[in-house]
Design a binder for this molecule. Structure first.
Ligand code: FES
Length: 777
């Protein structure tokens, strides 16, 4: 069901044809009360929109005159589609400027126009391609030494003081200096530039009081004049280093694409974009880590955790909380009809804590494998150009502070304040204190020589893991062993949801095992492993060599088999060791008070793992089918009796899953959700396969996929980054959005209706049915 929305006149754009609340207006009371300039949103935008993620993921805010988008998938949909959701209003002043302040701006010739962030296609990509090179990893790597030195110098200034405001002492000035250096802009009066940046933020994204408007306009006007003067100076040195001289040279070569007014606007916008976001992100990260002391201690003990810690901080506390788009044609988003001209506030800070996308989203887990899937840098063709420069700075800040001041702590009872605005978010101050006599460099000056190589770009999944210890081994059946794992340092383990698995590395082999223990037990994970004589050796190693006290590398939890809460009844079907996700689902449904039934088939009771617990916790809902007793699971029979609105979750051998697929063919799409033990993707046979090409819209290139290559392999050969995990079509890690072309789906991840939509594919196994696909990557 959708809500109807047409632009109204009295502040409410909703045609009053839907079920009204008691006031007669379908704008809910919570939507009406939403205040993006209020204290709750400034303090924690994700928390302030929790209710919206749960109840009203796209709502109209009368206070703002914008539709607010709160869920991850909806925010990503908006950022992905620049045509329907135009970025043209991204720099528009969200609070109207009064005539006298406008006059101040006019006098200065202020004419902020299009820059990369608010440009539509195709102009945006034409410019982006021209201006991209200085942001590429080899070019950025040249700045690493300068960032390190600068950071070292700033920390030198206060390391013996015992108390400092990190924002004023380093987080503001280092990113500003780095930005000016990167841009090739001569170093300027820092305090002046900081004042200009704040005014620019308040001017575009804030709600200045009427009496503040003149001062803001004057600073913005001075900033505009300053940007013009710097530009003129730079024109006199066309061969100088830096992104702005590079842009000036690009203008000479392509004046029709990079215009005069464009240069002036970019000059002003980029000074802010290049440093304020990093300064805020650093303040957010340090506050978050120091408030979560065990996490900070882990970072101090192991610097290899820093790259992913940076991603997790960006996910939980991004420095760009929201961004704006305008709808260019009537459309639907999150079940809400939006008219052409509707303005959207897409809240990345809320999306990043959407439990539909991230398990236990409020927990700080610096080993979270998908932390870098956050939207803190935006998404799609407008994804932040400077993201890897920001990552580099944040990594170096964390490395320097965790090495030299691991014992620092937040000054107790300090109040964190934020500049009231919709989008740029970072604490005004982060006061920390420590005992200088305990500074590690006083006893071990050698720590100052240690440095960890910077990883430019997203952290690789292979580098994100935790060490777990085998706490107990319990023989469930002759062929199934239950393994209890705890964190080696005794830390609590991340929360997981039913259907999740972990990857375990042991004896040089990495294998996935579903979690089947008590979800409320934060101290341990449990898996049950079936000995598979015909397998690839992973289960044999666990059965024959694993001992209590052994340490293992584990990755995850990951989850591709989540329960959809929308069903009215759940049919849980397990065959053999497939009981592991099913029992976790039963636990979750029982705890939530949802109706479910379990059908569990196996060779004999003595072979059926987790039977005792199943009987103990779920006896009334469970039907067993031990073959040795002549019991047979009648797949068609259990489906026939299922009430309308049932969803079926199944895990077990292929023949069981195929029988369920056949029996449910006429059921509504997505009724059946399965998890397989092994992939169904056929091995690549070049004699049977055909060559095709993939056009990559975001990367602006075309890649040929040979008959003996997967799409994933071809993209990596072309230097295009794609995450992957199982590479067997089982896990969903390598998914890529598809814009056009017929897909030959070969994975076990997508449901029937998801395949029918044809808008995504698993690049590790699925191929083009024809000779071309257009991918959004
Ligand atoms: Fe797992 Fe492709 S990498 S589905």
């Amino acid at each position: 069901m959708t809500k109807d929305a047409t632009p109204g006149t009295g502040g409410c754009p909703v045609a009053h044809v839907t079920t009204p609340d008691t006031t007669g207006c379908p704008v809910s009371s919570r939507a009406a009360a939403f205040d993006p300039f209020g204290e709750a949103y400034q303090r924690d935008p994700a928390e302030a929109l929790r209710w919206a993620r749960d109840q009203e993921p796209v709502f109209y805010s009368p206070a703002l005159g914008y539709w607010v988008v709160a869920r991850y998938d909806d925010v990503k949909t908006v950022l992905r589609d620049n045509r329907v959701f135009s970025p043209s209003i991204a720099l528009e002043r969200i609070t109207p400027t009064p005539p006298e302040a406008m006059e101040v701006l006019h006098r200065a010739g202020y004419a902020m126009g299009r820059t990369l962030v608010n440009e539509d296609e195709p102009t945006h990509m034409e410019k982006r391609r021209l201006l991209l090179e200085p942001f590429t990893p080899p070019q950025l790597a040249q700045h690493e030494e300068m960032v390190r030195q600068l950071t070292r110098e700033y920390v030198d200034r206060f390391v013996d003081s015992g108390r400092v405001d990190l924002v004023n002492a380093m987080f503001w000035e280092i990113p500003l200096t780095v930005a000016l250096h990167f841009l090739g802009v001569p170093e300027e009066d820092m305090a002046k530039l900081r004042r200009y940046s704040v005014a620019h933020t308040v001017n575009n994204w804030g709600r200045p009081k009427p009496e503040e408007q003149m001062a803001v306009a004057e600073s913005v006007a001075q900033f505009w004049t300053f940007a013009g003067e710097v530009l003129e100076k730079m024109r006199k040195e066309p061969a100088a280093e830096g992104w702005m001289p590079f842009t000036i040279r690009a203008q000479e070569q392509a004046p029709e694409i990079i215009t005069e007014s464009y240069l002036h606007s970019v000059m002003m916008a980029v000074v802010v974009a290049a440093h304020e976001t990093t300064a805020n992100a650093a303040g957010n990260a340090l506050r978050l880590l120091l408030e979560n002391r065990p996490v900070w201690d882990e970072v101090c003990a192991d610097s290899s955790l820093i790259p992913n810690a940076v991603e997790e901080c960006l996910r939980i506390s991004p420095s760009i909380a929201s961004w704006r788009r305008i709808v260019t044609e009537d459309t639907t988003l999150g079940g809400v009809s939006l008219p052409r001209g509707a303005k959207l506030l897409v809240v990345m800070a809320s999306a990043n804590q959407d439990p539909r996308r991230f398990d236990a989203p409020g927990e700080v887990d610096i080993r979270r494998e998908d932390a870098s899937e956050h939207l803190a840098f935006g998404y799609g063709s407008h994804k932040c150009l400077g993201k890897n420069l920001a990552r580099m700075e944040l990594q170096i800040f964390l490395e320097e502070l965790s090495t030299r001041l691991p014992h620092m702590e937040l000054v107790p009872d300090q109040e964190f304040t934020y500049l009231p605005n919709t989008s740029f978010r970072g604490p005004d101050h982060v006061w920390v204190q420590w005992d200088p006599s305990r500074n590690p460099e006083r006893t071990d000056p050698g720590i100052l020589d240690r440095r960890r190589p910077i990883k430019l770009g997203e952290p690789s999944k292979k580098t994100i893991f935790r060490r777990a210890r085998v706490d107990s081994l319990h023989r469930e059946t002759e062929d199934v062993v239950r393994v209890r794992l705890t964190d080696v340092s005794g830390q609590p383990l991340p929360t997981w949801a039913a259907g999740a698995h972990v990857e375990i590395e042991h004896g040089g082999l990495a294998r996935r095992y579903t979690l089947c223990g008590d979800r409320d037990d934060k101290a341990s994970y449990e898996i049950a492993v079936l000995r598979e004589p015909g397998g690839r050796g992973g289960s044999r190693l666990i059965h024959e060599q694993l001992r209590v006290g052994d340490d293992l590398v584990i990755r995850g939890p990951r989850n591709n088999f989540r329960i959809d809460p929308a069903a009215s009844h759940y049919l849980l079907v397990a065959g053999g060791i497939g009981i592991t996700p099913i029992i976790a689902m039963a636990d979750e449904l029982a705890a939530a008070g949802r109706p479910y039934e379990i059908h569990y088939a196996g060779r004999a009771r003595s072979d059926m793992a987790l039977l005792d617990r199943l009987i103990r916790d779920h006896a009334p809902q469970t039907t067993l089918y031990p073959k040795a007793e002549g019991a047979r699971l009648d797949v068609e029979g259990i489906l026939v009796d299922a009430p309308a609105g049932t969803q079926v979750y199944a895990c077990g051998p292929d023949r069981l899953l195929q029988a369920l697929e056949a029996a449910s063919e006429d059921w509504p799409d997505d009724t059946l959700r399965v998890e397989r033990f092994s992939g169904t993707a056929p091995t690549l046979d070049p004699k049977v396969e055909h060559h095709f090409e993939v056009e990559l819209t975001d990367s602006a290139m075309t890649v040929q996929v040979r008959a003996d290559q997967t799409v994933l392999e071809a993209l990596r050969t072309a230097n295009v980054d794609v995450q992957s995990d199982c590479e067997e079509g089982l896990c969903g890690a390598c998914e890529i959005p598809v814009l056009a072309g017929d897909i030959d789906h070969r994975d076990s991840v997508l449901t029937r209706s998801e395949r029918a939509h044809g808008d995504r594919m698993m690049s590790c196994c699925s191929r083009a049915a024809g000779d071309r696909l257009i991918l959004r990557i």
